[in-house]
Design a protein around this ligand. Structure first.
Ligand code: NAD
Ligand code: 13P
Length: 352
């Protein structure tokens, strides 16, 4: 048939909501096949049941998105190769640390005419420099890859509360229009911009700022200090993005993927919450331990992104240009106390 088949690769907190959004549209539109496959990284629940069986039996991801029905046309599949083999539209939405391994397994197993979209926030840093997830996906799978980022705290969208999102595309405007059609709902307003790097870097870098905002919250430094961190963070996000990719547009930072995602994540995100707990412990408890305890299997992206960004900055001699980004990493690895986010920033700013 001419209807596109959609597969969602990933079924965490946001992955499950993405499947729900998409599944509501595939039912409504004749452009898509009704069924949405969702690849599940299989695990056994405390009850002894397999997560996949529970999702297919209850239509709910009881571990990562409890209390929300995904839609009866969402089919959970623990077999990665099987889940993608017929797909024309691939939605990639796993924590960024797993993307490379997944793509290696999928290389050569995807339809050559398939299109991908990445909802993943994060980057990869190798000796030859940083690589964005959409580039990794595109190179490994040999297909075009757009991105979707925005002020999108998953649990709120799961409850059908209003939000916006931004699709970033490289050249294929037609593909971007299909992605908007697949994701847009009355409570999820999606627009597209031709700036894949700008959109993806916004989504990736705001997680570093959210960690800084969490430190400020943990130390009860107040709303003004937090607003200052958000402003400085936005400035560094823009400067870093433009140094890496001079084509990045200023207007992208005013889209949902830019300032709006920065605000919502600094107010209510997981990176913020775990960083707050870290600061409250005086930096004595590790992020790994706090992530496990507070997120129960969900994953933080900001701490490893801060480390990736730091590597790029030190490799290129840009550390002094980005005092906030570098301080977040130095605090996360225990070289400085959480209060340095404000106090050391001021000192470095005065010197710079
Ligand atoms: P999550 O944080 O809920 O992570 C848990 C998922 O990782 C589970 O599906 C788990 O099965 C899977 N997993 C664990 N080990 C794995 C392995 N070895 N291989 C493959 N998968 C494994 O995931 P999420 O919230 O869906 O986040 C995915 C991406 O979306 C991230 O980059 C995140 O930053 C981004 N994002 C999240 C939100 C949100 O509110 N949750 C919103 C926007 C964007
Ligand atoms: P956290 O991972 O910090 O919860 O941020 C979610 C997000 O990316 C909202 O758009």
């Amino acid at each position: 048939s001419l209807r596109s088949k959609v597969t969602v690769v990933g079924s965490g907190n946001w992955g499950s909501v993405a499947a729900k959004l998409v599944a509501s549209n595939t039912l409504r539109s004749t452009s898509f096949h009704d069924e949405v496959r969702m690849w599940v990284f299989e695990e056994t629940l405390p009850s002894g049941e397999k997560l996949t069986d529970v999702i297919n039996g209850t239509n709910e991801n009881v571990k990562y998105l409890p209390g929300i029905k995904l839609g009866k046309n969402v089919v959970a599949d623990p077999d990665l190769e099987n889940a993608v083999k017929d797909a024309n539209m691939l939605v990639i939405v796993t924590p960024h640390q797993f993307v490379e391994g997944i793509c290696k397994r999928l290389a050569g197993k995807i339809k050559t005419e398939a299109e991908a979209i990445s909802l993943v926030k994060g980057m990869e840093v190798k000796v030859d420099g940083p690589r964005m997830m959409s580039t990794l996906i595109s190179q490994q799978l040999g297909i075009n890859c757009s991105v979707l980022m925005g002020a999108n705290i998953a649990n709120e969208i799961g409850q059908e509360k209003f939000s916006e999102a931004t699709v970033g595309y490289r050249q294929n405007k037609g593909a971007a229009e299909s992605w908007v059609q697949l994701f847009n709902t009355p409570y999820f307003n999606v627009t597209s911009v031709q700036d894949v790097e700008g959109v993806e870097l916004c989504g990736t870098l705001k997680n570093v700022v959210a960690v800084a905002a969490g430190f400020v919250d943990g130390l009860e430094m107040g709303n003004n200090a937090k607003a200052a961190i958000m402003r400085i963070g936005l400035e560094e996000m823009k400067a870093f993005s433009k140094l890496l990719f001079p084509t990045v547009k200023d207007s992208t930072f005013f889209e949902s993927c830019g300032v709006a995602d920065l605000i919502t994540t600094c107010l209510g995100g997981r990176n913020r919450g775990v960083a707050e707990a870290f600061a409250k412990s005086g930096g004595k408890r590790s992020f790994d331990e706090l992530e496990q305890e507070l997120l129960q299997g969900q994953k933080l992206q900001g701490v490893s992104t801060a480390s990736d960004v730091y590597e790029v900055l030190s490799h290129r001699g840009w550390l002094e240009l980005f005092p906030l980004f570098s301080l977040v990493h130095e605090i996360c690895i225990g070289h400085l106390p959480p209060s340095a986010i404000v106090h050391q920033y001021n000192q470095r700013k005065l010197k710079g």
